[in-house]
Design a binder for this molecule. Structure first.
Ligand SMILES: *[C@@H]1O[C@H](CO)[C@@H](O)[C@H](O)[C@H]1NC(C)=O
Ligand SMILES: *[C@@H]1O[C@H](CO)[C@@H](O)[C@H](O)[C@H]1NC(C)=O
Ligand SMILES: *[C@@H]1O[C@H](CO)[C@@H](O)[C@H](O)[C@H]1NC(C)=O
Ligand SMILES: *[C@@H]1O[C@H](CO)[C@@H](O)[C@H](O)[C@H]1NC(C)=O
Ligand SMILES: *[C@@H]1O[C@H](CO)[C@@H](O)[C@H](O)[C@H]1NC(C)=O
Ligand SMILES: *[C@@H]1O[C@H](CO)[C@@H](O)[C@H](O)[C@H]1NC(C)=O
Length: 401
């Protein structure tokens, strides 16, 4: 009897411990899943924290032909001939293969569908000059491969170019206004006039086309670069308008004041994300990187490796003026993020179109015999440097807001 009882108890004991073993196992599995999730989350949060504390603009270029270019020039249906260097005969294509490596962290990977999802029902507008258009074309090329042919379109209406991703009801636009404020250079096609006149207090004619945007990316630099600007008060048509010659730095400051006053009053402070691209450098003087005086970016195939290289074409005083305008806006409760692309682009003397782009006017014999004379050392080939500007913009849109 006693034996049976013992056995019964024993069986129960075994059953019991079997159950508790299963329970224990179960708990163990749940806890490890939770722990794994937790650590994944912690890792993600840490990466994000690290990223948002990282100076993305301090770093170096690394040759990486595995991950770059991010798209192919001939496959982008919205490419512009001013930036299509391969199409216009450039043979060394290494300029497409450089990755920007910040010293303290990695740039997040550009995901076209993630950006389109972010832009669902929204409008992203690039406002500025042809360098901003360079960046806009890059952005369109970066996202368009993720959209089937019938679900995207481009429309030009005066100064405004609209790229639309129909499925997402998202637009990525470019608006031509090289000085941000009004000027006699506002025609998107014929704006090369000998005498530049800036209507320094007026921006409304332009701004009404972009004030409602959700994300705005501005630039304005090169068009201000002359010693004296002609400023106009009143309207171009009015017979009693006033024109005065004003020193350039003062003019730039006044133009940005008009711009920032408009932003402060007219854009929705909570809804709108605002960015200002710092100066895009030029490579017009070869002596700055150890070439003869008469050379420029023509025939260059390698980036500058000297850390901190800074060309005389990038006017730090103008960068400070833009910073001051942005700081002042911040004190009024409107945040504009400056994307400091000057230093990183300074290194890329080989990434300009040089002679490999569409020419608007036929070249003369004299020019053809001296390619340096007509090389474009201002804009950038695509794919290329502006793709990295957009990767930085992407990082800021997602991780720094
Ligand atoms: C821009 O970035 C470079 C490189 O990190 C740095 O030297 C420079 O001070 C920065 N300029 C501004 C205005 O932040
Ligand atoms: C990348 O560059 C290396 C060295 O120039 C070359 O050997 C390799 O074939 C290239 N790979 C690709 C995918 O182009
Ligand atoms: C499409 O996006 C625009 C903003 O760009 C918005 O005004 C409009 O309501 C959206 N339409 C639909 C159908 O979601
Ligand atoms: C072009 O833009 C103007 C506003 O500036 C608008 O009135 C006009 O309808 C637009 N045209 C087209 C074809 O979209
Ligand atoms: C600004 O945008 C927010 C979010 O879309 C909205 O709730 C608010 O009404 C807008 N403010 C104004 C003044 O339009
Ligand atoms: C361009 O560079 C190549 C290779 O470095 C050189 O052979 C050629 O002479 C250069 N052309 C000019 C016009 O400087």
């Amino acid at each position: 009897m006693a034996k049976t009882v013992v056995i019964v108890v024993g069986t129960r004991g075994i059953k019991c411990s079997f159950h508790s073993l299963i329970a224990l196992l179960f708990a163990f599995v749940i806890i490890s899943v939770l722990l794994a999730r937790e650590s994944e989350w912690v890792v993600k949060a840490r990466a994000m924290k690290k990223l948002s504390q990282c100076d993305l603009f301090s770093g170096k270029w690394v040759f990486d032909n595995e991950s770059y270019p991010l798209y192919k020039e001939q496959e982008c249906r919205f490419m512009w001939d001013e930036f299509a260097c391969q199409k216009f005969g450039r043979e060394d294509l290494n300029y497409q293969n450089w990755r920007w490596q910040p010293h303290q962290c990695d740039l997040p990977r550009f995901k076209a569908t993630a950006l389109l999802e972010r832009l669902r029902g929204k409008r992203l507008v690039f406002v500025g000059d042809s360098l901003n258009r360079d960046q806009w074309v890059s952005m369109v090329c970066l996202v368009e491969s993720a959209i089937p042919p019938t679900l995207k379109s481009k429309k030009i209406n005066g100064s405004l170019v609209t790229f639309k991703a129909h499925e997402y009801n998202a637009s990525i636009d470019f608006y031509w206004s090289p000085l941000l404020v009004e000027s006699n250079s506002d025609d998107p096609v014929s704006h090369r006039l000998p005498d530049r006149i800036v209507r320094i207090k007026a921006i409304e004619k332009h701004a009404r086309h972009w004030t409602d945007a959700d994300i705005l990316v501005f630039n304005s630099y090169l068009w201000w670069r002359r010693p004296i600007m002609k400023l106009l008060w009143g309207s171009f048509e009015s017979p009693d308008h006033i024109i005065k010659e004003v020193e350039m730095l003062r003019s730039y400051e006044m133009g940005l004041k008009t711009w920032s006053d408009w932003l402060d009053i007219h854009v929705n402070h909570t809804r709108t994300q605002l960015f200002f691209m710092s100066m895009s450098p030029t490579h017009l003087w070869g002596e700055e990187w150890g070439r003869p005086k008469t050379d420029n970016c023509y025939n260059e195939t390698m980036p500058i490796s000297k850390e901190g290289h800074w060309g005389s074409g990038s006017d730090i005083r103008m960068m400070r003026i833009a910073e001051a305008a942005i700081d002042e806006l911040r004190s009024r409760g409107l945040k504009v993020q400056m994307l400091n692309i000057t230093q990183l682009s300074e290194y890329r003397k080989e990434a300009h179109p040089s002679t490999h782009r569409r020419q608007w006017v036929p070249l003369t014999e004299e020019q053809l015999s001296n390619p340096t004379s007509y090389a474009d050392c201002v804009h950038w080939c695509l794919p290329g440097v502006p793709d990295v500007w957009n990767e930085l913009l992407y990082a800021y849109i997602f991780y720094f807001s």
